[in-house]
Ligand binder design. Sequence first.
Ligand SMILES: CC(C)(COP(=O)(O)OP(=O)(O)OC[C@H]1O[C@@H](n2cnc3c(N)ncnc32)[C@H](O)[C@@H]1OP(=O)(O)O)[C@@H](O)C(=O)NCCC(=O)NCCS
Length: 161
Amino acid sequence: MMAWLSEWWSGGAAVVEPATFRDAARLAQLHGASFHRGWGEAEFEAMLTERNTLVHRLRMGRKTIGFAVSRVAGDEAEILSIAVDASHRGRGLSGNLLLTHLGHLAGRGVRTVFLEVEENNQPARRLYQRAGFTVAGRRERYYRQPGGEQLNALLMRRDLS
Ligand SMILES: CC(C)(COP(=O)(O)OP(=O)(O)OC[C@H]1O[C@@H](n2cnc3c(N)ncnc32)[C@H](O)[C@@H]1OP(=O)(O)O)[C@@H](O)C(=O)NCCC(=O)NCCS
């Protein structure tokens, strides 16, 4: 189906909004499809209850197709996870998700945001770079793949204000 037609059919453009407790199952499903070590429904329920965790969902029509999660500590925050459903990737939807999420962090008084990204994860690196993040450090063999392969992580940061 053509992009505009599928967008109309699914109920309009994507919106970013706070996730609720009832999103836990869907968020766990999206997370599990995007990462080797998926977070379960109970983990999302816990994060959706904790006051220092901020969770946004990306919704298209009635369907949640992405999320962003971060943890706040004082005036710093760490983005713990961000993902868009595979069938909706490559259309620039993550930028709005991330920028809206950052706006809410700023609204909470956060001044510096950190995140870790696997060095070869080009889509994620481009997303973060475009959103104003810069590389602040590198961690050798930080991620261990299910097959035993070890991958490097980049630590990125962005100041808000
Ligand atoms: C990272 C992610 C959220 C990006 O979502 P998205 O909606 O597809 O993002 P965009 O469409 O804006 O694409 C992001 C950038 O990656 C580029 N890109 C997309 N697919 C790519 C690929 N296979 N190789 C290289 N670059 C690619 C896009 O061109 C875009 O760059 P640009 O803005 O400079 O043109 C999504 O790919 C995802 O969920 N990945 C799995 C989970 C993950 O890795 N999360 C990050 C963990 S740190």
